[in-house]
Design a protein around this ligand. Structure first.
Ligand SMILES: C[S@@+](CC[C@H](N)C(=O)[O-])C[C@H]1O[C@@H](n2cnc3c(N)ncnc32)[C@H](O)[C@@H]1O
Length: 276
């Protein structure tokens, strides 16, 4: 047992993937959905007042009258997708969380909103349809490995019409510099984020070269030791532009966030609008 604990706590090679599909775990996915839907919590989706500001700004810079067909990549439970639809876009959302997509479909039905949702890994996306505008919001791009970032950029490029636009945000180098390496632990007796029953959570926060960090969460319960790997890659304006340009995108605008704040290098996030 103790040697297994030590193995699970070791720093893995960069971009090692978690062995289990935790986003589709019956219990964990419920906690994730709760986090998405909490309007006051910046965990899985941003806080509601930010999202409202963000959607209003997006509608002004990429208006639905000129860019009606919108693809929301990693749409979660459809918080953005619904607001985009109410602003006049025809929205398609894709996400590999079954619970989020089920929730999004039911919510659209309840609100009488016509949104197409796909339960699918966006790295394998093949929708046989072209879009005017794609969004990938809340720094999900940086959670991917270098290779998977190329895959999703190519997929999005392929799904856009000529002249179509892509808006995405990433964490900045400033945030990478502020990241503190540390190890922490806590015990949850009941109904924690990762398990319903009692468990210990051992966290390692590690920096890697190439502006990459790992939050390594090891869950130790009565019967198991399970490590989860949450990766983030951080970008400068130049490094993000370079990745997008290598696929064929052209830069259209740079901002500090997806609500249109003026670009400042010291901001925690960078949002860039590209066109094809
Ligand atoms: C940080 S959340 C952001 C959700 C949404 N964009 C928002 O801002 O409310 C990232 C989302 O991407 C989804 N996701 C991550 N990797 C994915 C993949 N390979 N295929 C499809 N969805 C993925 C997750 O399930 C999650 O819903």
């Amino acid at each position: 047992m103790s040697s297994n604990i030590i193995t699970s706590l070791c720093k893995p090679p960069i971009y090692t993937k978690t062995k289990v599909e935790f986003w589709n775990d019956e219990y964990i996915s419920k906690q994730m959905l709760k986090a998405h839907l909490d309007p006051e919590f910046d965990g899985a989706s941003r806080k509601l007042d930010f999202i409202e500001k963000s959607v209003a700004w997006i509608k002004d810079i990429v208006p639905p009258s000129n860019y009606p067909l919108l693809l929301d990549v990693g749409c979660g439970p459809g918080i953005y997708a619904e607001k985009f639809t109410q602003m006049g876009y025809h929205v398609t959302g894709i996400d590999f969380s079954k619970r989020s997509i089920n929730y999004a479909r039911q919510s659209a039905l309840n609100k009488d909103l016509n949104i197409s949702y796909f339960y699918q890994n966006y790295l394998e996306m093949d929708l046989k349809k072209s879009f005017d505008f794609a969004t990938m919001i809340y720094c999900d791009y940086g959670a991917l490995s270098t290779n998977d970032r190329q895959v999703i950029m190519r997929k999005i490029y392929h799904h856009l019409k000529p002249g179509g636009k892509l808006l995405l945000d990433v964490f900045s180098i400033t945030k990478f510099c502020d990241f503190k390496e540390q190890q922490t632990w806590e015990v949850c007796h009941k109904d924690g984020f990762w398990r319903a029953d009692e468990y210990a959570e051992l966290n390692g926060f590690y920096k890697y070269s190439d502006n990459v960090t790992l939050k390594l969460i090891s869950i130790i319960s009565k019967n198991e030791i399970t490590p989860y790997y949450l990766w983030d890659t951080y970008f400068s304006k130049e490094s993000l532009v370079q990745e997008a340009e290598s696929i064929g995108f052209k830069i259209c605008g740079v901002f500090s966030d997806v609500a249109g704040s003026i670009y400042q290098a010291e901001s925690d996030t960078i949002a860039i609008l590209f066109d094809k």
